[in-house]
Design a protein around this ligand. Sequence first.
Ligand SMILES: Cc1cc2nc3c(=O)[nH]c(=O)nc-3n(C[C@H](O)[C@H](O)[C@H](O)COP(=O)(O)OP(=O)(O)OC[C@H]3O[C@@H](n4cnc5c(N)ncnc54)[C@H](O)[C@@H]3O)c2cc1C
Length: 125
Amino acid sequence: MPQKASVYQRYFNAEHDMIRQTVHRFVQKEIAPFVDEWEEAGEFTCRVAAKMNAGLDQVKEIPMAKNFACQVSNFATYEAVQIFGGYGCMREYLVERLYRDNRILSIGGGTTEIMKEIIGKRLFG
Ligand SMILES: Cc1cc2nc3c(=O)[nH]c(=O)nc-3n(C[C@H](O)[C@H](O)[C@H](O)COP(=O)(O)OP(=O)(O)OC[C@H]3O[C@@H](n4cnc5c(N)ncnc54)[C@H](O)[C@@H]3O)c2cc1C
């Protein structure tokens, strides 16, 4: 019995190592490149909100922050579905819902096109 347990333990450890390496590689290649953009979008939005609260004119920066955050979110949800493959298109999987719900972000509260119009008016009058 202890022999069997030790064989099983070695098998389990090897398998565990393989899973850990796979997850590590996946995070490095697929997730890490987006993290800086998520951080930037959050930082930019918070900075604009703080300036707005301080009474500064942020009419140009607000749509810029919204469009940038939407762009990052579009990319992240697109990639999430891509990583899941066919499962990513099935309702049983959360990424399908996230991808679908994400679409409203570029529409509600002012569409991306209208945001660009506001930015353009501020830049060029
Ligand atoms: C699920 C859901 C929840 C919502 N919740 C709310 C809410 O809580 N509060 C609220 O106020 N509203 C809400 N809305 C409405 C939302 O704000 C509007 O859908 C949004 O403002 C876009 O308006 P529209 O749907 O009439 O699209 P339209 O104005 O008909 O636009 C259609 C397309 O044409 C483009 N377009 C329109 N005009 C121009 C232009 N001049 N130049 C270039 N492109 C243009 C748009 O960018 C868009 O791509 C919600 C909508 C949905 C679907």
